[in-house]
Write a protein that binds this ligand. Structure first.
Ligand SMILES: Cc1cc2nc3c(=O)[nH]c(=O)nc-3n(C[C@H](O)[C@H](O)[C@H](O)COP(=O)(O)OP(=O)(O)OC[C@H]3O[C@@H](n4cnc5c(N)ncnc54)[C@H](O)[C@@H]3O)c2cc1C
Length: 387
C-alpha cells in the first residue's frame, strides 16, 4: 500500500533541529520516514541514523528514502537502547535527535496488526512483531488491578475500573481473541452517556493497551537513562565552555547577574525558615496556613507531611519569616515596584540583544510566577522558537 503522509509538525521539528549539512542526526522513530526524508534531504556530508523496531517500517525505508540512502544508516531496534546503538555504530555524539512517540499511521491502517478498534483482527498491537508480549496476553493474562491501572494511567480512561472488571468477567468465560470483541466489550462496559461521546468508546483503552504491550513509557525512560545530567554546574563559572557547547542557551537565573549587575542589582524579598520537628502526628492538618495579622511575626506555617499525606508519628513544621535580601542571598520574590520594574526593563533591553540566549522563568523575567504559569510561559517560548 502506498502511504502519502506528512507529519503534523514536520516544519516545526525541522526548524527546531536546524539540520546542518555535515551533522549527525537520529530519528528514533523512523515510521514511514516522513521526518527522516526531510532530514536526509538537508544532509550532504552528514549522517542520519534512523531507528525503528517495526520490521515493516525498515522494509519500506529504502523506497521512502530513495535518493538519500547514501547518508542514512537504518537500524532495527528500540530507541530505548540508543546509547548502545550509537556505541555500536562508533558514534560518540550527535547534533540532533527526534522522537515521534506513539503509534504510526501504517500500524493503525494495517488492520491485521491489531492496533485498530475499527477493524477486526487478532489482538496483537506489537510494534516489533518479534516481541514476545501481545495485546492478547495483556487482555487475557494481566490481573484486574493491573488492567485498571494501565487503562487509567496510559489512557486516562474514567471507566477503567468498569472496563477492567468486564474484561476479567468475559475472559473467565472464554479468551478474548480479537480487536472487535474487545472494542465491543469496552463499549458495553461503559455507562450509556459515555457511549454517546464523539470519540469511539474504545479509543482510550486501545491506546492504553498499546502503550503497555510496547512498553512505550519504559522505552522513553531507558532512552533518558543514557542522557548525561550534570548538576551543580554554575553557568557563570565558565561561560565560554557552555557557550561553545550550545547553539542556544536558556537562562533561568537572575537577569541582572547575567549582565554582571552593570546597571545595578534588582531587589528581592527573601524568606527565612525556622524548622521544628514536633512529637505529634499532626499540627495543623494542612500543608500551608497563612497568617496575615500584624501581630504574628511569620507569614505562614508549612507542615511538610501534608504535601505528600505522610503518616509518620511525628511532623515537621517550618515557620516562614520575611527577610531582608542582600546580594548573594537566595532570590525569592521579586519586588515589582516602579524602581525595580524600570531597572528590569533596561536589563530586558540588553537581553533582547543577546541572539543566542533565551531568558525565561521567574528570575530571567523578574516576575513571581506560580508553577503552572512558569510552565505555560516555557511552552509559549518553545512555540515561538519553533514557528
Ligand atoms: C518560596 C517560594 C514558594 C513557592 N511556592 C509555590 C507554590 O506553592 N505553588 C506554585 O505553583 N508555585 C510556587 N512558587 C513558584 C514556583 O516555585 C516558581 O514559579 C517556579 O519554580 C519557577 O520556575 P523557574 O524555572 O522560573 O525558576 P526556578 O525554579 O527558581 O529555577 C531556576 C533554576 O535556574 C538555576 N540557575 C540560576 N542561576 C544559575 C547559574 N548561574 N547556573 C546554572 N543554573 C542556574 C537555579 O539553580 C534553578 O534551578 C514558589 C516560589 C518561591 C520562591
Amino acid at each position: 500500500m502506498e502511504y502519502t503522509h506528512k507529519p503534523v509538525l514536520l516544519n516545526e521539528c525541522l526548524d527546531a533541529l536546524s539540520v546542518r549539512p555535515d551533522g549527525v542526526y537520529v530519528d528514533g522513530t523512523l515510521g514511514r520516514a516522513g521526518h527522516s526524508r526531510e532530514i536526509a534531504k538537508r544532509l550532504t556530508a552528514g549522517r542520519l541514523i534512523a531507528i525503528d523496531r517495526d520490521k515493516a517500517a525498515l522494509d519500506e525505508a529504502p523506497h521512502r528514502l530513495e535518493g538519500y540512502m547514501d547518508r542514512v544508516t537504518l537500524v532495527r531496534g528500540n530507541f530505548g537502547d540508543l546509547t548502545e546503538i550509537l556505541a555500536g555504530l562508533g558514534v560518540d555524539g550527535v547534533d540532533g535527535m527526534l522522537f515521534d512517540l506513539g503509534v504510526s499511521s501504517p500500524q493503525l491502517d494495517d488492520g491485521s496488526r491489531g492496533f485498530s478498534y475499527l477493524q477486526d483482527a487478532p489482538l496483537d498491537m506489537r510494534m516489533d512483531q518479534s516481541a514476545p508480549l501481545t495485546a492478547r496476553d495483556v487482555v487475557n493474562g494481566w490481573d484486574q488491578e493491573e488492567l485498571r491501572r494501565i487503562l487509567w494511567q496510559y489512557g486516562e480512561e474514567r471507566y477503567s475500573g468498569l472496563i477492567a472488571a468486564a474484561i476479567v468477567r468475559e475472559r473467565a468465560r472464554a479468551a478474548i481473541e480479537t480487536t472487535g470483541q474487545l472494542a465491543e466489550l469496552i463499549r458495553s462496559a461503559m455507562p450509556a452517556k459515555a457511549r454517546r461521546e464523539k470519540q469511539h468508546p474504545a479509543k482510550r483503552s486501545f491506546q492504553a493497551i498499546r502503550i503497555a504491550v510496547n512498553d512505550e513509557l519504559g522505552e522513553v525512560e531507558r532512552m533518558l537513562e543514557g542522557v548525561e545530567v550534570r548538576l551543580n554546574e554554575d553557568y557563570f563559572q565558565d561561560r565560554a565552555k557552555w557557550n561553545a557547547m550550545a547553539e542556544k542557551i536558556i537562562f533561568t537565573g537572575p537577569i541582572d547577574a547575567f549582565f554582571d549587575y552593570r546597571l545595578g542589582a534588582l531587589e528581592y524579598r527573601s524568606v527565612r525558615f525556622e524548622t521544628e520537628v514536633l512529637d505529634m502526628e499532626n499540627f495543623q492538618g494542612n500543608a500551608v496556613v497563612n497568617y496575615t495579622d500584624a501581630e504574628t511575626p511569620f507569614t505562614r506555617i508549612i507542615e511538610h507531611k501534608h504535601f505528600a499525606f505522610g503518616t509518620q508519628p511525628k511532623t515537621v513544621i517550618s515557620r516562614e519569616y520575611s527577610a531582608e535580601w542582600r546580594l548573594g542571598d537566595e532570590p525569592y520574590y521579586p519586588v515589582n515596584d516602579a524602581r525595580n520594574n524600570a531597572l528590569y526593563e533596561q536589563y530586558k533591553a540588553l537581553a533582547e540583544q543577546e541572539r543566542n540566549v533565551i531568558f525565561g522563568g521567574r528570575l530571567g523575567s523578574y516576575k513571581y510566577y506560580d508553577m503552572d504559569v512558569v510552565i505555560a510561559e516555557a511552552l509559549k517560548c518553545v512555540r515561538a522558537l519553533c514557528t
